[in-house]
Write a protein that binds this ligand. Structure first.
Ligand SMILES: Cc1ncc(COP(=O)(O)O)c(C=O)c1O
Length: 367
């Protein structure tokens, strides 16, 4: 199997190892046989271990994209008669708001522009003003721009105010430091196909066991996206619905690989990937949209240079084997995104910068 045909610079699905892709090829297997339950059990246990959790933490698996885990958590965690405070500084904060509205969950919003992280003091003030809020929901890494929200400080503020926090860490878990055991944090959602370096189709919730236990007996807002039902069934070595059997085999392999590399080493590799990328791109005249101090080390939004349009740049990079990613919404007109997650190394990122240099030369050459 070739190492890779495309170098994926989009923020997931990311490049995976041949070993993870090979794990997709399993004998046909019924999802209610002990051989498969062993795979699920191992995935859940390995997720908790990789996240640095102990017996107080558990993992619940969902077959579905990342949004499945986010929607299941929001729809299940906020009790009837209470409200959620949503931090909105990008597409994924906005998506949480849309989810709350779809489930008729009352929501207060703390809105910022797409380059400004949440201020924990604003969360504290909102919690003081609204006693009906039971949970704060915040995206750790806003993949819209590469912005990091200070979720641990938000958790501290919420814990002091006696409230609980839901974190969407979809594009940052295992790629950016995050203490999922922090007091105040109840639910952290992520998916298999980003910094975990697995295959798309499975998402998961890392949850405090006490917070899962507290959902027992509540009327669910959704049949499929009922977090308690998935957890309680998985606890009995079963599954309420048909899971993505092969994708979970690949996820187990990705978790073995993560343990071999080590979470800290992976975070360090991504940090070095990012350093090489930003240094090279700034030398080519590309400015970074998000201010220093608020940037993740996983994704960078670069402003387009004059004379270099996004579509032409995308196509020129693709001809060289690199897939870059457009800005979301209005941002597409003036900036684009480059991620450095997945199996990529600093050496790969040097080649990425060299390819950008060639493309800029090609696109700005007088005809
Ligand atoms: C921060 C964040 N939240 C949620 C998602 C979930 O998206 P999807 O349902 O497409 O996996 C993503 C995907 O990129 C994301 O970056």
């Amino acid at each position: 199997m070739v190492e890779r045909e495309w170098v994926l610079l989009n923020p997931g699905p990311a490049n995976t190892s041949p070993r993870v892709r090979q794990a997709l090829v399993t004998p046909d297997l019924c999802h209610r046989e002990p051989e498969f339950f062993e795979v699920m059990r191992e995935c859940r246990a390995r997720l908790v271990r990789a996240a640095g959790g102990g017996p107080d933490l558990d993992a619940v698996l969902f077959t579905g994209s990342g949004t499945a885990a986010v929607e299941a958590t929001l729809a299940s965690a906020v009790p009837d008669g209470r409200a959620v405070l949503i931090v909105n500084n990008g597409v994924y904060g906005d998506r949480m708001l849309r989810i709350a509205k779809a489930h008729r969950i009352p929501a207060e919003v703390l809105a910022y522009d797409v380059t400004t992280p949440v201020a924990p003091a604003d969360v504290a003030a909102a919690l003081r003003a609204h006693s009906e809020i039971s949970h704060v929901a915040v995206v750790h890494h806003e993949t819209t721009t590469g912005l990091l929200n200070p979720v641990e400080a938000v958790a501290d503020v919420a814990a002091t105010a006696g409230r609980r926090v839901i974190v969407d860490a979809m594009s940052s878990l295992f790629g950016e430091p995050l203490d999922v055991t922090r007091e105040g944090l109840d639910f952290v959602t992520a998916s298999a196909n980003k910094c975990l370096q697995g295959i798309p189709g499975v998402s998961f919730v890392l949850a405090r066991r006490a917070a899962l236990e507290a959902l027992r007996g509540r009327a669910p807002r959704s049949v499929y996206l009922d977090l308690f039902n998935h957890w309680a069934t998985q606890e009995q070595d079963n599954t309420p619905f048909t899971p993505a059997v092969q994708v979970l085999h690949a996820m187990r392999e990705a978790l073995v690989e993560l343990e071999e590399e080590g979470v800290a080493a992976r975070i360090a590799r991504y940090g070095e990937n990012c350093r090489v990328l930003r240094h090279g791109m700034q030398a080519l005249g590309f400015e970074i949209l998000v201010p220093a101090g608020a940037r993740s080390q996983i994704l960078t939004t670069f402003r387009l240079r004059s004379g270099v349009g996004y579509d032409a740049l995308h196509d020129a990079m693709k001809r060289r084997g690199y897939i870059i990613y457009a800005g979301q919404g209005e941002i597409r007109t003036y900036a684009f995104r480059v991620s450095n997650m997945g199996t990529l190394t600093p050496k790969d990122m040097e080649a990425v910068v060299a390819a950008f240099a060639e493309c800029v030369e090609e696109l700005t050459r007088p005809s």
